[in-house]
Design a protein around this ligand. Structure first.
Ligand code: NDP
Length: 305
């Protein structure tokens, strides 16, 4: 009897852990787990005067359990990566999930090996969890893929993916055999810009490639006038006693196959963003947001910044 009760308790405990993990992580096509919420870092590290505050914001985020940090060699010409390098000093590297991006012109045999070395040195680490092609350029995809695969073999990166790829780009990528190893596609996605829902997001779901949503806060509402003042967004925020920004995050995370990387240089905002993972929109709330900002019913060009 005691043993039966014990087994039931263990089962309930394990089910809870599994459900929690499912809410907060995704499994990539190579079996790696990837957190669903991270910290973006565009524009961070560019101003000496705010450096300390930004490092603190990243550290507060890591302490609160955010493991994923997104950056790029382009951001501040390496200064964002360097800032992260300072912020993660002293943390257990294995507990972090670091993503950086290579510029299209550097994504071939001539430059990529130098680029990754610079990125690793900026971040003061010896591997990346994920390396993305920032956007498509003139270097053939076959060449970039072959370099990415080599970097995986050398242990410099644990996975690779793409960014700003539309559905036709993804289809082309998947025509190349190793193209199927692409782990994510990072694209612009927020409540006020839902074009990806028409065909790209379903395509990615079908092929088990998570969508990494950039600008999930519409750059604090700047990318869509009136978004934060919209009465539906305000009402849903009121229902949950949270901010409108947190509702924007909850909206993108509501989709199963989505990872969000909001950026903030302020600790209090980072904590608010992390708490947004706990918001569960009701069907009625989702329907109201959907009606206020409907997804297009036809193909639209991929939105970019
Ligand atoms: P976001 O949509 O994340 O918005 C950032 C803005 O929101 C900042 O002004 C920030 O200000 C503000 N903010 C953040 N949290 C809060 C909060 N809780 N309350 C109020 N304001 C808040 O824009 P980004 O363009 O930065 O996109 C996110 C990340 O995506 C980038 O940092 C980058 O890593 C990645 N990205 C990738 C691209 C690509 O081509 N692959 C293109 C663009 C972005 P504050 O600092 O004051 O909090």
């Amino acid at each position: 009897m005691i043993s039966t009760n014990y087994n039931i308790l263990v089962k309930i405990y394990l089910e809870r852990i599994y459900a929690m993990e499912k809410r907060h992580t995704l499994t990539l096509n190579n079996g790696m787990k990837m957190p669903k919420m991270g910290m973006g870092t565009w524009y961070l590290g560019e101003n000496k005067q705010t450096e300390e505050t930004e490092i603190r914001a990243l550290r507060v985020g890591i302490d609160a359990g955010i493991q994923l940090i997104d950056t790029a060699e382009m951001y501040g010409n390496g200064r964002s990566e360097k800032l992260i390098g300072k912020a993660i000093e002293g943390y257990d590297r294995e507990k972090l999930f670091l993503v950086s991006k290579v510029l299209p012109n550097n994504a071939g045999r001539m430059h990529i090996f130098k680029s990754i070395q610079q990125t690793l040195s900026n971040l003061k680490t010896d591997y990346l969890d994920m390396y993305l092609l920032h956007w498509r350029g003139s270097i053939p995809l076959e060449e970039t893929i072959s370099c990415m695969e080599q970097l995986v073999k050398e242990g410099k990166i644990r996975s690779w993916g793409v960014s700003n790829f539309d559905t036709d780009d993804m289809e082309e990528l998947f025509q190349i055999p190793a193209g199927r190893h692409c782990a994510v596609n990072q694209v612009l996605y927020h409540l006020g810009s839902r074009g990806v829902e028409y065909d790209l997001l379903p395509w990615l779901k079908e092929h088990n490639v998570p969508l990494m949503a950039y600008c999930p806060l519409a750059q604090a509402g700047d990318l869509r006038k009136g978004l934060l003042e919209n009465k539906v967004v305000k009402q849903v925020a009121k229902n949950h006693e949270v901010t409108e920004i947190q509702i924007l995050l909850a909206f993108v995370l509501h989709q199963g196959n989505v990872i969000a990387i909001p950026r903030s240089g302020k600790a209090e905002h980072v904590l608010q963003n992390q708490k947004a993972c706990e918001i569960i929109l009701t069907d009625e709330e989702y329907a109201a947001l959907d009606a206020a900002y409907p997804a297009p019913t036809h193909k639209t060009y991929l939105d970019i910044v």
